[in-house]
Write a protein that binds this ligand. Structure first.
Ligand SMILES: O=C(O)c1cc(C(=O)O)oc(=O)c1
Length: 297
């Protein structure tokens, strides 16, 4: 049995989040969250860049219920590499209430892809954040896309704001739906209508296959909890401009946070500030994730 020690100074998720004041609409989806291990059942990957504290499927489902959500989209965390066993286990235990985004290598077999699909996986994640993974040449990702596109899956990309200019041609050449994690990690001390975030808005405006998760105020904010005021205009801009291509997620259990561990109830209370009308809330939390993850392919 593997015995994993979480990294020194690792911040563990909040075991007692507040009850949100905002009530999500019926059928709401937390479209970005993870499971970690437990490491003694689902070992962390040898190539991982961090060792977290365990965060099990039971704990995730309890949070879902506490926050008033109906469903989860569970995204393969980099600490599990391309070993999707913990993700698949959670999907299979969810009684159809979770879908997944996996990480696969270019050597993945058709049988492995079919098994992931049957478990509820609907996309793959390409990570370009160097503190999390060692990015591969573009050809590596293209080989994977050739394999997953016929299944009707999409691609989730995670990158730093500075990477967008450099990787623009690659990102905009992808033939599938492309979902960007955490708004492409804008520097929220820069103006929301300035050139840096303007480039991200242009990415979405010019490419109708590009979606964004309006998630992770806790990572992006300099003004801090619980209201994360400085992130709100960025997320609200995307929700109002692209109401049919935005997703929201808790990012539980919040890997690699160093400044603080967010109260997940407070994160939910930001939703009405970034999606001010009931119509926008329903599209963000129900219609969009249901179309992408539970819809006909
Ligand atoms: O910014 C991060 O550290 C982070 C890490 C991971 C992961 O390790 O998969 O996922 C995220 O969504 C965010």
């Amino acid at each position: 049995m593997a015995d994993f020690q979480m990294d020194p100074n690792w911040l563990c998720w909040d075991p007692a989040p507040s009850t949100p004041r905002f009530t999500p609409p019926p059928g709401a989806v937390d479209a970005h969250c993870h499971v970690f291990g437990p490491g003694d059942v689902f070992p962390y990957a040898p190539e991982r860049k961090y060792t977290p504290c365990d965060a099990s499927k039971e704990q995730l489902f309890a949070l879902r219920d506490h926050l008033g959500f109906a469903r989860n989209v569970i995204v393969q965390a980099t600490c599990h590499g391309a070993d999707n066993r913990a993700l698949v286990d959670a999907l299979e235990a969810s009684e159809g209430r979770a879908r997944g985004v996996a990480t696969v290598r270019d050597t993945v077999t058709d049988e492995e892809l079919a098994a992931l699909d049957a478990a509820g996986v609907r996309g793959v994640r390409f990570n370009f954040v160097r503190r999390l993974v060692d990015p591969k040449p573009d050809a590596y990702y293209r080989a994977i896309i050739d394999r997953i596109a016929p299944l009707g899956w999409h691609v989730v990309i995670y990158f730093e704001a500075a990477d967008l200019e450099e990787r623009w041609d690659f990102f905009t050449s992808l033939p599938t739906t492309v979902v960007v994690d955490h708004m492409g990690r804008p520097d929220v001390t820069k103006p929301v209508d300035g050139p840096e975030f303007g480039r991200f808005v242009r990415l979405m405006a010019e490419h109708e296959n590009v979606w964004s998760k309006v998630s992770c105020p806790e990572r992006l904010s300099k003004s801090g909890p619980p209201s994360y005021d400085d992130v709100v205009p960025f997320a609200r801009t995307l929700v109002e401009r692209f109401p049919d291509r935005v997703l929201w997620g808790t990012d539980w259990p919040h890997p690699n946070m160093t400044s603080h561990m967010p109260d997940d109830g407070a994160l939910v209370d930001i939703i009405p500030r970034i999606a001010p009308s009931e119509d926008l809330q329903r599209r963000l939390l129900v219609d969009n994730p249901m179309r992408l993850y539970w819809g006909a392919r």
